[in-house]
Design a protein around this ligand. Structure first.
Ligand SMILES: Cc1cc2nc3c(=O)[nH]c(=O)nc-3n(C[C@H](O)[C@H](O)[C@H](O)COP(=O)(O)OP(=O)(O)OC[C@H]3O[C@@H](n4cnc5c(N)ncnc54)[C@H](O)[C@@H]3O)c2cc1C
Length: 385
């Protein structure tokens, strides 16, 4: 392994690979990506549902999505990879007047920020989602610009393009300690030896809190298990459907080949690194599906087609981006919860501008600065899936 680099990025998930790519574009090409697993993109990135949406409740999330959606539109041409973008839309529906009010509030903000989302009545929803029970709905929001991307394609596109510009990936190598002197970071002690550097990026996904401790810093990122279940082939819905979210049960569904993927996040799930799939989840989502998606009543779900992964969660469901206040030269790109894949393009550019030029200029990401946690200046997202 090489013994020095201008920048070392710990974690070769989609976020780390995007940062490497954007650093190279910014002219910083002596970049080393360290990954403890045998290949890039095998952490949380490999478990993602592939959704990309600008329908959020906070300005910073909407702006990160606006930038990232257009970056994914240009992705194939710019990186030579294939991000697999499919414009299938996201559809949020509710039968509850309070949730309707909240969706309408979000919609106003989204439209102000240029998102082509619109309000649909129950009849309008039935036109787009004939597979949903609509008679009791208050309505919902729909944006045709949202959709799906391929996590593996995104990661590999960034990684290979970064590699062509000079970045290197070292797999099977764990960062064990971030070393320091009186001025800040001096290097990374790894399972394969020492790398000298003045700049380290924490892109360790759900392990970001552990890596921060190895740098003597505190970063409030907790791993939380999230599960998805996929049915066997089933009719009753078109071959391409929007990500459809029943706000009342918290269930979301999408097409996966001939089957349907069902997802649900339980906010009461305790933090932990366990990624075993819990078969009880099948019963939970099957019951919820009956409320809004009766065509799924006959669905067969085998645990073999189900999986679990980790959301890297923060106290306010927003990522933490920027220089770590505890240690000069240690940068944070952590805590992406269920939106790290979709926000990887904006994150990569933001970190690259901070590292190469001292500040992020293309977008104001100060709402996500690490200090906000200790200042108590949290930005709370209400549309967490
Ligand atoms: C079930 C599920 C569904 C999801 N759906 C979506 C979705 O629809 N849309 C979306 O945008 N996001 C979704 N996400 C979230 C998304 O997967 C994550 O936010 C994103 O993948 C985070 O990327 P990352 O690069 O930060 O982390 P990771 O992909 O986990 O990468 C971090 C890497 O760091 C490595 N690492 C950690 N510690 C060390 C160390 N000390 N030394 C060396 N290497 C280390 C790990 O091995 C890992 O490969 C979902 C997540 C799950 C679990």
């Amino acid at each position: 392994m090489r013994d020095k680099a201008d920048v070392v990025i710990v974690g070769a998930g989609v976020v780390g690979c995007s940062i490497a790519y954007h650093l190279c574009l910014a002219g910083v090409r002596d970049v080393l990506l360290l990954e403890k697993l045998p290949a890039a993109g095998q952490g949380s990135t490999a478990k993602a549902n592939g959704g990309i949406r600008a329908q959020w409740s906070t300005p910073i999330h909407i702006e990160l999505s606006n930038y990232s959606i257009s970056a994914y539109e240009r992705f194939n041409e710019e990186t030579g990879g294939d991000c697999g973008l499919v414009r299938a839309g996201y559809l949020f529906v509710t039968a509850d007047p309070e949730r309707e009010a909240s969706l309408r509030r979000n919609l106003v903000l989204q439209q102000e920020l240029g998102v082509p989302a619109r309000w649909l009545t129950a009849g309008g929803i039935a036109g787009i989602a004939p597979y949903a029970r609509c008679d009791d709905l208050q309505g919902g929001t729909y944006s045709p610009q949202d959709g799906f991307i391929d996590p593996h394609g995104c990661t590999m596109g960034y990684l290979r393009a970064a590699g062509r510009m000079g970045a290197e990936l070292q797999t099977g190598t764990e960062a064990l300690e971030i070393t320091r002197d009186g001025r800040g970071v001096t290097g990374v002690r790894t399972s394969a030896g020492l790398v000298a550097t003045r700049k380290v990026v924490n892109a360790a996904g759900p392990h970001a809190g552990v890596l921060a401790e190895r740098a003597g810093a505190q970063v409030p990122v907790q791993p939380v298990k999230r599960m998805l279940a996929c049915t066997e082939a089933i009719g009753g819905a078109p071959p391409v459907i929007p990500m459809t979210i029943d706000m009342d049960t918290g269930l979301l569904i999408r097409r996966e080949g001939q089957g349907i993927v069902l997802g649900h996040s339980d906010p009461a799930d305790p933090p932990g690194f366990d990624t075993g799939f819990d078969p009880g989840f099948i019963e939970v989502v099957s019951e919820k599906a009956l409320v809004r998606f009766p065509f799924l009543a006959e669905a067969q779900i085998s645990p073999k087609r189900c999986w679990a992964g980790l959301y890297p969660e923060t106290p306010d469901h927003h990522a933490i981006l920027g220089p770590c206040p505890d240690l000069p030269g240690f940068y944070l790109a952590v805590g992406f919860g269920g939106h790290g894949l979709m926000h990887a393009p904006a994150t990569g550019r933001a970190l690259a501008e901070m590292i190469a030029g001292g500040e992020c200029r293309f977008m104001d990401v100060s709402a996500l600065r690490p200090e906000r946690i200790s200042e108590g200046d949290l930005v709370t997202e209400t549309t967490v899936l």
